[in-house]
Design a protein around this ligand. Structure first.
Ligand SMILES: [Zn+2]
Length: 329
């Protein structure tokens, strides 16, 4: 698959009646494409993929999810945002090779950081050699695998939230106000939940919802250890909402996981968006927190949806009513 073919798959959704818009921009100025299914009123959740360059199988998975949910009118009581490819610059390098980088100095810099190799098929970072899923401001730099110098993977950046893709996803999240997020990665057939420093009540809430996702996918649910700076970590730490990382594809498969595995991966994950939305609705009731209508989107413009008081209100809603209480609906 080429980078253009991947983008075409996403853009194709427009011809099928889905509205595409920009969640933000990459370092090189590429659009970070997103769509929405369901209702803009009520509870929203956000599902993102392709934050690691080589993991374009997750973008294809999200395309498939959005297509099927759109065609089947299955989404009720809220809506689902899909951000298909958070790291388009990195995906282009992983899919089309290092020659796709126009600037010679950047190209040489990337090859040097890639241990002199011109094989970028296993590349994870963005064009700046930052591993975007370690760059978020959530105990940034504290992960056991973090590195502090530009590298094909695990480089946290020179400071938290330094990368344009990370800023884009944060701003998009603040505008769309999901009550739950899912980050798709490959590989391992596993679901991670929780974050160091999270309250016990919220851990119990996240575990309860995670068990439903685990049951549906057949992937084991595991508490996250020694991982910081991820989007999921930021959502839990800053927004206090349940957030999950789902790693698709068997661990025995080599990177990158090719499209031939998409049918099997889709079959296991196809119910995840609806279950996640249903669970988000349940806990939204528990905390009695009604989000204002979000008449969003279009054209990638920040059309004033970001409200300064949002975080404070979200957090105080949690504190006022306590966390999700299992079995009490
Ligand atoms: Zn990943």
């Amino acid at each position: 698959m080429t980078y253009q073919e991947l983008i075409n798959r996403i853009v194709q959704l427009q011809e099928e009646g889905l509205e595409l818009f920009n969640a933000g921009k990459s370092v090189l100025g590429k659009n970070i494409l997103a769509t929405h299914v369901g209702d803009y009123n009520g509870t929203q959740i956000l599902i993102q993929g392709g934050i690691h360059a080589r993991e374009y199988i997750t973008s294809l998975l999200l395309v498939e999810m959005a297509r099927n949910l759109h065609n089947n009118d299955l989404v009720h009581n809220g809506g689902i945002y899909f951000v298909f490819l958070v790291n388009p610059d990195g995906a282009e390098i992983a899919l089309d090779g290092i020659d796709s980088v126009d600037c010679e100095i950047t190209r040489n810099y990337l090859i040097m950081a890639n241990n002199g190799s011109t094989d970028f098929s296993k590349y994870k970072a963005n064009i700046n050699l930052v591993d975007l899923n370690t760059n978020f401001d959530a105990q940034w730099g504290g992960g056991s695998q973090n590195v502090f110098c530009p590298a094909p993977e695990n480089f946290v950046g020179f400071y938290p939230n330094s990368e344009r893709e990370v800023q884009s996803l944060i701003n998009f999240t603040l505008r769309t106000r999901p009550l739950l997020t899912i980050s798709y990665h490959s590989k391992g057939n596993i679901i991670y939940y929780g974050f160091d420093g999270e309250s016990n009540e919220n851990i119990a809430r996240d575990q309860s919802i995670g068990e439903a996702l685990s049951e549906s996918t057949g992937y084991p649910l595991v508490f996250t250890e020694n991982s910081t700076g991820g989007y999921k970590d930021w959502c839990i730490n800053t927004l206090k909402i349940p957030a999950y990382t789902i790693e698709v594809g068997d661990d025995s498969l080599p990177h990158p996981i090719g499209e031939e595995y998409l049918p099997e991966i889709y079959a296991r994950n196809k119910n995840v968006p609806l279950i996640a939305l249903e669970k988000a609705n349940e806990y939204a009731k528990e905390i009695d927190f009604t989000l204002p209508n979000v008449q969003n989107r279009s054209n990638g413009k920040n059309n004033g949806l970001y409200e300064r008081g949002y975080l404070a209100r979200l957090q105080s809603a949690y504190e006022r009513r306590g966390s999700y209480r299992r079995g009490n609906r």
